[in-house]
Design a protein around this ligand. Structure first.
Ligand SMILES: [Zn+2]
Length: 315
């Protein structure tokens, strides 16, 4: 999915510039190498595009193709969620309004922030509602959000979208660019691991069960026969930075641990994962104890060997 998006961007650059895709990929890899891998492949693609004099301005893009920093973004999406309009005081003491909503297309979904009163009025009057398909013209990307100011346009459209993607979306990012609450995909090496820990969950709702009076209690289900779950902290490194990463029970299987009941066995196998390069998918949150970012993974995959070979051949 991540790769598809990257390939689509390369295709776009290729189509506009007339340079073949392999050449563009080489330029992107060279750019990344020059920046010591400090930017994502998509970010590097954008830098290369800019250097070739290509702008994505006014190009109609799919949501997954939108990148931080893009301006004059045009996109079509279905409104999946509208949040209540908020008011605030501007620096000059006037009343300002801001509205947030989510739109989705076949590739992804994204938050849209409306700052213009005329645009907000479309929401307030119901001309744009949840379920409406809308066209956005002249939006600008701030981080991973589309912002609409007074030069932007938003209007209902008759265009038909396929099945839209409303679930969480994950974007490939270097560790140095990870921010709180990011859903991210990171390709990195395991450079450190810690002893496993165990906790207990309710078999009905999977919430944490607390040990009391020799039994386990779920806040919702009372006394339960709790299930034992393992977790392990590891440190991963992608060359840009390291991040403490938490792998729960099932993701430990992805790492090759088989018997998740047995502390001694997990502990013994710990050295097998050292230095392994894997693809981690998860959510960044702030560790309350240390006040540092931490990566909670929900899926760990082997690095696709075919892809790796293709990249090596291109270097
Ligand atoms: Zn329960």
């Amino acid at each position: 999915m991540v790769i598809d998006n990257y390939m689509r961007i390369i295709e776009k650059i290729s189509k506009i510039s007339g340079i073949d895709k392999e050449e563009i990929e080489r330029k992107i890899e060279a750019k990344r190498a020059k920046l010591s891998g400090l930017i994502s492949k998509e970010g590097a693609a954008q830098v290369v595009a800019a250097e070739l004099g290509i702008s994505f301005d006014n190009e109609k893009l799919k949501i997954e193709e939108l990148l931080p920093g893009m301006r004059k973004v045009n996109v079509v999406g279905k409104v999946t969620k509208i949040f209540p309009t908020r008011t605030f005081k501007t620096k000059t003491g006037e009343d300002g309004k801001v509205a947030n909503m989510f739109i989705a297309d076949e590739t992804s979904n994204i938050k849209v922030v409306l700052w213009d009163t005329n645009a907000i009025a479309l929401l307030d009057t119901g001309k744009v509602a949840e379920g409406s398909t809308i066209e956005i013209l002249n939006g600008s990307m701030r981080d991973n959000e589309i912002h609409l100011g007074s030069f932007s346009e938003i209007k209902p459209t008759e265009q038909i979208l396929g099945e839209v993607k409303t679930g969480k979306t994950f974007r490939e990012k270097p560790i140095s660019e990870l921010k709180n609450s990011d859903n991210a995909i990171v390709r990195a090496f395991i450079v450190q691991s810690f002893e496993p820990r165990f906790f207990y969950v309710c078999p009905n709702c999977r919430k944490k069960a607390n040990q009391e009076d020799g039994g386990f209690f779920c806040p919702d289900h009372g006394k339960v026969a709790a299930e034992k779950r393992a977790l392990m902290n590891i440190i991963i490194d992608d060359g840009t930075e390291t991040i403490r990463t938490v792998a729960f029970h099932d993701t430990l299987r992805d790492l090759g641990f088989v018997n998740l009941e047995d502390f001694t066995e997990i502990s013994k196998q710990r050295e097998n994962i050292m230095g392994k390069e894997m693809i981690f998918q998860g959510n960044v949150r702030s560790n309350k104890l240390f006040n540092t970012p931490e990566f909670i993974v929900e899926k760990i995959e082997e690095v696709n060997p075919d892809l790796l070979i293709a990249q090596l051949e291109n270097n």
